[in-house]
Design a protein around this ligand. Structure first.
Ligand code: SF4
Ligand code: SF4
Length: 363
């Protein structure tokens, strides 16, 4: 068990832990390390006792590509400036057709990489807004300061895109350690620009922030902190220091995939961490899992149940086992073709504690 008496000690013991625990009740989030023999995680479906089934699709999440101006340590997409994978014009056309054809899609959620850097961002966002859908753009904020992207805040506001922005802490050192030098200051300036346009201040311009916990460095694992408490801490600090306003904070759990998995594997922590998540499985979260009503699309037009399955190459199937693509949806003229969601042991990251999703805690 980690024992520390003040925030400075905590910060020294584990990067970003200061941010995690500053306003939290330590007892709620600190969990004994798994020093006993690690065991393999139970298959997720065995724990559920039944296959995880799909509900009517209302959310289309599109991963436009792997290109990003940053290369964060926690990135499950393993995105970065050198990645070249992105949407093709043909896949873009299919997506626009699906957005137009299916009014049951209420939300189009654009992610990446930095979605703004990848082909198709603007045509897809505009097609979705014209048909009255909510469009979420998952922005890293620093993209505003890259050459050629300076007009993004105004573009977002003109089309009333809902901005969900990653800010893994409200303190500079912890953000720069996780995301790269200078990222914190650029993020603060970007948030001030968004506020100036009305984001986070007027109802039609939504601005949410995302908290990612630090990647575990040893076997002292922690559940993601209480979302409402941490949101209040972010709001107080950012308002007092920078006059920044935002709507909600989404707290996410690190799933053992992508760069997090590689980092855990190097330390022999991947299995213990997955088992830790399983040990904190909360059955009350299952009804709210984001994969229940979502389709996730990759830059090639393949369909998955969520972005995590997409990164692990676990495609969605028709009941006869045929992998699903955008062409399947257009040919069958039906979005509700998946019966059973593909699950893996990393799914425990979505059901541990209060649960986790692209929209934050589930409970
Ligand atoms: S900004 Fe987002 S997509 Fe880009 S590297 Fe960081 S976590 Fe990955
Ligand atoms: S990783 Fe999470 S969202 Fe994806 S299928 Fe598993 S439980 Fe659902």
């Amino acid at each position: 068990m980690l024992i520390a008496t003040d925030c400075a000690q905590l910060s020294a013991l584990a990067p970003s832990l200061f941010c995690l625990l500053l306003f939290a009740n330590l007892d709620k989030f600190m969990v004994s390390s798994l020093n006993s023999q690690p065991t393999t995680a139970t298959p997720f479906e065995h724990t559920l006792g039944t296959p995880l089934t799909k509900q009517p699709i209302t959310v289309l999440q599109i991963n436009l590509g792997r290109r990003c101006n940053l290369a964060c340590t926690h990135c499950h997409v393993e995105a970065g400036p050198k990645r070249t994978e992105e949407l093709s014009p043909q896949v873009c056309e299919q997506l626009v057709e699906i957005i137009r054809r299916f009014p049951q899609i209420e939300t189009v959620d654009l992610t990446g990489g930095a979605p703004e850097m990848n082909y198709g961002f603007r045509p897809i966002a505009e097609a979705a807004r014209v048909t009255g859908k909510t469009v979420i753009v998952r922005s890293n904020l620093t993209i505003f300061f890259e050459p050629g992207y300076g007009d993004l805040p105004e573009y977002f506001a003109t089309h009333q895109l809902h901005v969900v922005a990653s800010l893994p802490c409200y303190l500079e050192d912890n953000v720069d350690r996780q995301r790269g030098s200078g990222v914190y200051n650029a993020s603060i300036r970007a948030l001030q620009r968004l506020n100036h346009l009305g984001y986070g201040r007027i109802p039609k311009l939504g601005l949410d922030l995302v908290y990612n916990p630090p990647v575990p460095h040893d076997s002292n694992f922690y559940l993601t902190p209480h979302q409402a408490n941490l949101e209040q801490a972010y709001k107080t600090y950012l308002k007092e220091h920078f006059d920044i306003d935002f709507n909600h904070l989404f707290t996410l759990t690190n799933l053992p995939i992508g760069r997090v998995k590689h980092s855990l594997q190097k330390k022999g922590l991947c299995q213990p961490y997955t088992k830790f998540l399983e040990n904190h499985h909360n059955p009350n979260t299952v009804a709210h899992l984001m994969c229940r009503n979502q389709l996730s699309v990759d830059y090639l037009g393949n369909i998955y149940d969520c972005d995590f399955n997409q990164m692990e190459g676990v495609r969605s199937h028709l009941p006869d086992g045929t992998p699903i693509s955008l062409s399947t949806l257009l040919q069958t003229n039906n979005l509700d073709v998946i019966q059973t969601i593909q699950t893996r042991p990393y799914c425990y990251g979505c059901t541990a504690g209060a649960g986790s999703s692209c929209g934050g805690a589930l409970l």
